[in-house]
Design a binder for this molecule. Sequence first.
Ligand SMILES: [Zn+2]
Length: 254
Amino acid sequence: MKVVYHPLYATDYPTASVESPERVEVIRRELEGRFPFLEPEPAREEDVLLVHTRRLLEEVKATADLYQVALLAAGGAIKAAELAAGGEMAFGLIRPPGHHASPDHHWGFCFFNNMAIAVERLIRRGKAERVLVIDIDLHYGDGTANFFSGREDVVVVNVQEEDRGRFLEGVEEALEGSFPYDLVALSAGFDRYRLDWGGTLEGEDFRAIGEMVSRRVREVCPGRVFALLEGGYYLPDLGQNVLRFLEGLSSYGG
Ligand SMILES: [Zn+2]
């Protein structure tokens, strides 16, 4: 398991105060020394334009420090996806998040859709043929779902169960469904945690989710899984919850 991270993810760019630089700092402190860290390159404009309109790109570009970090977040997603395509599990410890960014519209602390850019780029380059995207964030990842709507080569599952047991079953059902995927991508939000906004999942549930994915990926497409940070706002436990998730994800190789 590799962690893709860049110090500029802790930039204090203009956004909602709850989506603070501290989010990635608390996670970095928890993961450092436990997993190898890699630094990404910024995404290029042409990568962003795989998913977004020129208009949206120019809108984000108008805020220089935000634009720099948003390109680095998309670049971090691309790097994590490339590692996964090569059979090495990876986690993008990135910021800003992306799953509320649609082709020509963004909201919810998101600017570019890191997940959609990374997955679309892999497919265009022939590095994956059928990708299963599972979004476990509290909030429905409308941007990712919008972009891949109607596609046969990418299935996006937003697990939206309010009940803890049903939520875990929902993840399992996504993994066991009839879609024949060759790579799994996880939009990993941690805001469904018991003490966060969602109030649904225990910390250990993130480990259980990671384990479920790991077990299934080992059978279907060994090593070909990556996860990207989306939401998660309860800072005292956020780092621990990400660590549990990654330990679970590493449990069957990687
Ligand atoms: Zn969220």
